[in-house]
Write a protein that binds this ligand. Structure first.
Ligand code: OSB
Ligand code: MG
Length: 373
């Protein structure tokens, strides 16, 4: 399959409600999308990099730059398959989200060409996946309780509360008291220090499924030490950027659960390796989320149907994020999302709507043209 061109575009999509984490508030997404144009057909990729480098060092402008100047040129006009993408990009260090978007677009083109869905490719073992929802930091506890109650009424099967110092034990207590046996977990996005161990151990009384990424991403050993004070299972998100880091973190006792985000680890193929490694180590995984559009959601939902994704993911319905998605919307049915069954990602992109929300676009390739800056 020859990669003839890569079309890039940036779209602006407002969020239905502000999303606040320990690292900031978001009110809209500025998403970088890729279309791989090949002699066997096209494929879509979504880059999960945020607007600012506050989740990881990547951000949407850096991803766009590195794709244009360092990643796409390594593949353009070459014979490609998805499994050849990461090896061809290995000389470029880091930039996992940018690499993942390119690999995804190539994988989508490849699978569409041979009529195979992402679910089939990953070895999906279920037709629908349990949906959880990630609840941002709220202005007050009454507002938190009403937000959580609304999501539970919609059918979500697990609630994740974002926490930070000053917004942790009391909001978690309030949610646990009001919603007695809802599956509940928390995500700190690196906001704590090992010295907060005793404080975090106060969360043990609320029977949480897990505490996600309490400490900074480099502090693998400190997470292992934290696990000696906190009984709630520790789950890593930001720290796990490859199968190697997953293996080391598990070996060191830094986590008992792993959140898999294909973008964070450089693509779906590395994400699959982490899934398999965790399965062999008896470590459950779940699908994270980066407020994706229907393109990224389609791939994530398909991967979440793999056997070791045994906890509900941050794979929420399209209407939890956007008034209008760029694909057919993912709809919650009995607390689950259906795994797409069509070729490749199995969703179609509403290109007319896409054009109306595009604020930048450019194309690399096709007879040497380079219409991007
Ligand atoms: O840490 O899981 C996270 C969103 C952006 C960046 C980081 C995270 C999140 C979420 C949202 O928690 C999950 C979703 O897409 O619903
Ligand atoms: Mg997280």
């Amino acid at each position: 399959m020859k990669l003839q061109a890569v079309e890039l575009r940036r779209i602006r999509l407002p969020l239905v409600a502000p999303f606040e984490t320990s690292f900031g508030v978001q009110t809209e997404r500025d998403v970088l999308l890729l279309k791989a144009v090949t002699d066997a057909g096209d494929g879509w990729g979504e880059c999960v990099a945020g607007e600012e480098p506050n989740y990881s060092s990547e951000y949407v402008e850096s991803a766009q730059h590195v794709l244009i100047h360092h990643l796409v040129p390594r593949l353009l006009e070459r014979d490609v398959t998805a499994d050849a993408v990461a090896p061809a990009l290995r000389a470029v260090h880091g930039h996992n989200m940018a690499k993942a978007a390119l690999e995804m677009a190539v994988l989508d083109a490849e699978l569409r060409a041979r009529g195979e869905s992402f679910g089939q490719f990953f070895g999906a073992v279920r037709a629908e996946v349990d949906s959880g929802v990630s609840v941002g930091i709220q202005p007050s506890i009454p507002e938190l309780l009403s937000t959580v109650g609304d999501y539970l009424d919609e059918g979500y099967r697990r609630i994740k509360l974002k926490i930070k110092p000053g917004w942790d034990v009391e909001p978690v207590r309030a949610v646990r008291e009001q919603f007695r046996d809802v599956p509940l977990q928390v995500d700190a996005n690196t906001a704590y220090k090992l010295a907060d161990a005793e404080h975090l151990a106060e969360l043990d009384q609320f029977d949480l499924l897990l505490i996600e990424q309490p400490l900074p991403e480099e502090e693998i050993l400190a997470h292992a030490k934290l696990a000696q004070t906190v009984r709630t299972p520790i789950c890593l998100d930001e720290s796990i950027t490859s199968a190697q880091w997953a293996a080391d973190a598990i070996e060191l006792g830094a986590c008992r659960i792993i959140n898999i985000k294909p973008g964070r680890v450089g693509g779906y193929l590395e994400a699959r390796r982490i899934h398999d490694l965790c399965a062999s180590r008896g470590v459950p995984v779940w699908m994270g989320g980066m407020l994706e559009t229907g393109i990224g959601r389609a791939g994530n939902v398909a991967m979440a149907a793999m056997p070791n994704f045994t906890l509900p993911g941050d794979t929420s319905a399209s209407d939890r994020y956007f008034h209008r998605d760029i694909t057919q919307p993912f709809v919650l049915r009995d607390g689950r999302l259906a795994v797409p069954t069509g070729p490749g990602l199995g969703v179609s992109v509403d290109e007319e709507y896409l054009d109306s929300i595009t604020h930048w676009e450019g194309t690399l390739g096709r007879a040497g043209t380079r219409s991007v800056s």
